[in-house]
Write a protein that binds this ligand. Structure first.
Ligand SMILES: Cc1cc2nc3c(=O)[nH]c(=O)nc-3n(C[C@H](O)[C@H](O)[C@H](O)COP(=O)(O)O)c2cc1C
Length: 351
């Protein structure tokens, strides 16, 4: 694929549409119900404006930062996404290689189509493991133990999926998981991988905040809670020993009518007052979106669909190109905002 005309992350989407099976594309792109939250994630960023400062020496831009003490090249990471082989036969292995080349943190998902060990072996970049807790708690114990052994540096518990959201595009296009995209983490467990339905419908709906302490006890790794949208839950995350939260509505795929993530970031940040790190995902498409999130107090943001489109369009090279684009946009926007490092971005930079 020739990426000459790909100038922004969203330019990958039509390539992905062409490359993918239509029902898999619907699974990637769609959100829950009327997709109000899905659309608002992007629209809410556009409603916000930056306050640029001029005549600042911006000759030495440095985008590096840390995420829970893990050094990363920029405050942009790759969100956990299930079954990346739907996009490209190389799946998460390609994502892992592109992320490592860019020095960017990636998440391996519980439902990744490559196993967490394959993802770790593919490249030595910074990586966190996303955990879904099943009724069979032994599965979570096993996954966390394996993730710690494979060099993952945090466990990210996804808290907003006690049940899958009502995703009508998937229902309409009768999406079924093809054999080669099935979750790779369970291959050795006979029976469990029979149908993906088993996995998604056996997520433990009785999971509560006290189980965050249980997850912490499974390894030495810090635990991050993904899917927090209120000050109340942010406080509970601290009380139960989380090292960070991801302000997220799961890319508009879970509760439709949940707020756009950027609209509740300030509420969460104000509650936490620096107690733990705050990340955000949902609708981040531009370098300027990254800066708006940083100005409102996020440590870093995660990209979801944009890198999946890039993966579908061009495998490892596609994801590498996507990361180059967002990095170039971020550097350009930082210079024009009048900052040289992520930690210089503050509330005064956003209206
Ligand atoms: C196809 C797809 C699969 C996803 N799978 C997971 C998953 O397995 N676990 C999880 O915590 N989040 C999952 N997410 C949510 C992402 O981690 C992230 O919250 C969201 O995509 C961010 O919004 P964006 O797509 O607008 O960037 C998935 C998102 C998409 C689009």
């Amino acid at each position: 694929v020739n990426f000459d005309h790909v100038l922004r992350l969203q330019d990958f989407e039509p390539f992905a549409r062409d490359a993918m099976d239509p029902s898999a594309f619907d699974y990637f792109t769609g959100g829950a119900a009327d997709e109000v939250t899905l659309r608002d994630n992007v629209a809410a960023f556009a409603r916000r404006k930056l306050r640029p400062r001029v005549l600042v020496d911006v000759s030495g831009i440095d985008t590096r930062t840390t995420m829970l003490e893990t050094p990363v090249a920029m405050p942009v990471a790759l969100a956990p996404t299930a079954m990346d082989r739907l996009a490209h036969p190389d799946g998460e292995v390609a994502v892992s290689r592109a992320a490592a080349r860019a020095g960017v943190l990636m998440h391996a998902a519980t439902f990744s189509s490559c196993s967490l060990e394959e993802i770790a072996t593919a490249a030595g970049g910074p990586r966190w493991f996303q955990l879904y807790v099943h009724q069979d708690r032994g599965l979570a114990e096993e996954l966390v133990t394996r993730a710690a052994a494979a060099g993952y540096r945090a466990v990210v518990v996804t808290a907003d999926l006690p049940v899958p959201g009502y995703r009508e595009r998937e229902l309409r296009s009768r999406f079924v998981v093809p054999d080669d995209a099935r979750p790779g983490n369970y291959r050795d467990r006979a029976g469990v991988e029979e149908v993906l339905g088993y996995l998604t419908h056996n997520i433990d709906q009785s999971l509560t905040w006290s189980d965050i302490e249980w997850v912490r006890g499974l390894s030495e790794l810090p635990v991050v809670v993904k899917g927090v949208l209120t000050a109340e839950d942010a406080r509970l995350a601290v009380e139960h020993g989380a090292a960070g939260v991801v302000v997220s509505n799961h890319g508009g795929r879970q509760l439709d009518r949940a707020p756009a993530s950027i609209d509740v970031l300030q509420e969460v940040v104000d509650e936490l007052r620096g107690d733990i790190e705050v990340y955000l995902d949902g609708g981040v498409r531009r370098g300027s979106d990254v800066l708006i999130a940083l100005a409102l107090g996020a440590r870093a943001v995660l990209l979801g669909r944009p890198y999946l489109w890039a993966l579908a369009a061009g495998g490892e090279e596609g994801v590498a190109r996507a990361l180059e684009l967002i990095r170039a946009e971020l550097e350009n926007s930082m210079a024009l905002l009048g900052v040289t490092r992520p930690d210089q971005v503050n509330r005064a930079h956003v209206m």
